[in-house]
Design a protein around this ligand. Structure first.
Ligand code: BG6
Length: 479
């Protein structure tokens, strides 16, 4: 692996603290970074060298839901010894001169560069302009890549503008648009499960599927990110991206090959075929949201959404897809549940739970796994049925990461120049086209109680069809 310099704009922000710095620690521990890597973190406030080191160590030792394993001092020190801090205002050209000097000092004239935008979108343009002015987007020798987080824009128009801006300064090959759900191990395993095996794929058809549900529920709130969140809301924060990508991976056709172009093409086909049903959209806001830091006291931002859609293809046409997500809900659980139709000739339908449908669940988190809900016979003389789960569960290891964190995975892919699990401009456009049409007459959010499953109105559409939301079971992959 070639040496490179990673520049993180916004090293003191939430993203850097919660995701990037822990990921860099894991990569150091697993030797996924080249020996000669240099990391420059930037932010506004001045910080002495020791202060910066203490800051990184403090971040690593903070409680973190996705990074629970103990921090080893020697690994942390190895990472910290490669990290440097540069303060300044991102709209000040003098800052980029300083950056250039530092880059030359650290890596000489030959440079591979990855810029990570972990800062406010309002600053992107000025960053790009200055990068270009300093000729950092076209180094004489080496690669330059740009990593940029979802959401790309706020709607279709603004995402076009941002994509055009990106393409003015960088080529598509240099742009790594991150939706970290695509880097989750349990998400990537969907592709193996579906296309690496032969038996399940034929069942992914409207003849056999009754409905598909996609859900990302969180049992916590906005965690001090009021400034960002209040301008976005749940639908744009995760609905436009993570949930649509979950649906795309679970339903896309088999790619012709396992390449970036072929996989992206299939995801895109699903995103483009989604039917917006604005009448089904229910928005909610948790009670107490307006008292959160940096949230407007009269805010009408949604922290919950639920809607129905349909994949308008010959394969899935007519199968209802129900999607919901939000904060401060009853449980932290992310999954895709595919409920199969009940054939009319089921032998034991007269017995207790004899008509329970089979459900295929891709559990993305927690207790990650792929499970199939089936009926089995209770081991006794009479015929009695039991609901059981055939399951593949990830190994759990409390003292170490049993599998890579999505940010590790995606940073590693970006270092190798592999864009398979990144979004291209077309996908972003298709996602926004769908969300804009769905939310064109956005209903006012209904207040719901923290710890509930959101407003009761979220159940109306699905109940009208005689179905109900799949209750996320915690009966499998439990250790
Ligand atoms: C981020 C959203 O993209 O994803 C957060 O901005 C959300 O609001 C988070 O909590 C969920 O990611 P994960 O990996 O914790 O499920």
């Amino acid at each position: 692996m070639e040496d490179f310099t990673l520049v993180i704009f916004g090293i003191t922000g939430n993203l850097a603290q919660v995701k990037l710095i822990p990921a860099l620690y894991d990569m150091t521990a697993s030797h996924l970074l080249p020996e000669g890597i240099q990391i420059i973190g930037t932010a506004r406030s001045p910080m002495e060298k020791q202060q910066f080191r203490d800051y990184i160590a403090g971040v690593l030792n903070k409680e973190n839901r996705h990074h629970r394993h103990p921090i080893e001092k020697t690994i942390a020190s190895r990472l910290i010894s490669r990290m440097h801090y540069l303060n300044g205002h991102l709209d000040d050209p003098a800052f980029y001169e300083k950056l250039n000097v530092q880059l030359k000092k650290l890596a000489g004239q030959k440079q591979n560069l990855i810029f990570y935008l972990a800062t406010y979108p309002e600053l992107y343009e000025v960053i790009f302009k200055n990068i270009q002015k300093s000729e950092l987007n076209t180094p004489a020798k080496g690669f330059t890549r740009l990593m940029i987080e979802k959401p790309i824009g706020f709607n279709r128009v603004s995402s076009h503008r941002l994509n055009q801006l990106l393409l003015k300064y960088f080529s598509e090959k240099q742009i790594f648009r991150l939706d970290h759900y695509l880097g989750k191990e349990a998400m990537q395993n969907i592709l193996t499960f579906r296309f690496g095996n032969g038996v399940f794929e034929p069942l992914m058809h409207r003849h056999f599927i009754d409905n598909i549900q996609v859900m990302a529920a969180e049992d916590f709130g906005i965690g001090g990110r009021g400034g960002y969140y209040d301008s976005m809301g749940a639908l744009r924060d995760v609905g436009q991206n993570h949930l649509l990508q979950m649906l795309a991976l679970a339903t896309m056709d088999a790619p012709a090959q396992f390449t970036n172009e072929a996989v992206t093409h299939e995801r895109l086909k699903i995103l483009r075929s989604l039917k917006p049903l604005p009448g089904s959209l229910v928005l909610g806001q948790y009670h107490g949201y307006t008292q959160e830091d940096k949230v407007a006291p009269n805010s009408e931002t949604n922290t919950f959404f639920a809607f129905q859609t349909e994949i308008q293809t010959p394969r899935y046409g007519g199968v209802p897809v129900y999607i919901r997500g939000g904060k401060m809900l009853a449980q932290w659980v992310t999954e895709i549940a595919i409920t199969f139709k009940n054939p009319s000739n089921r032998l034991f339908k007269h017995l207790d739970c004899g008509e329970e449908p089979n459900v295929l669940i891709y559990r993305i988190q927690p207790n990650e796994g792929i499970v199939l809900k089936i009926l089995t016979k209770m081991p006794e003389h009479d015929f009695k049925l039991d609901v059981s789960y055939m399951q593949y569960c990830y190994p759990q290891n409390a003292s170490a990461h049993a599998y890579p964190d999505p940010y590790v995975r995606l940073l590693y892919d970006a270092i190798r120049g592999d864009q398979t699990f990144f979004n291209d401009a077309g996908e972003i456009d298709a996602e926004w086209k769908f969300i804009d049409a769905l939310a064109k007459n956005s209903p006012k959010p209904v207040i719901y109680q923290p710890g509930s499953w959101g407003p009761k109105e979220a159940g109306y559409t699905i109940q009208k069809s005689g179905r109900c939301w799949q209750e996320p079971s915690l009966q499998f992959c439990n250790f």
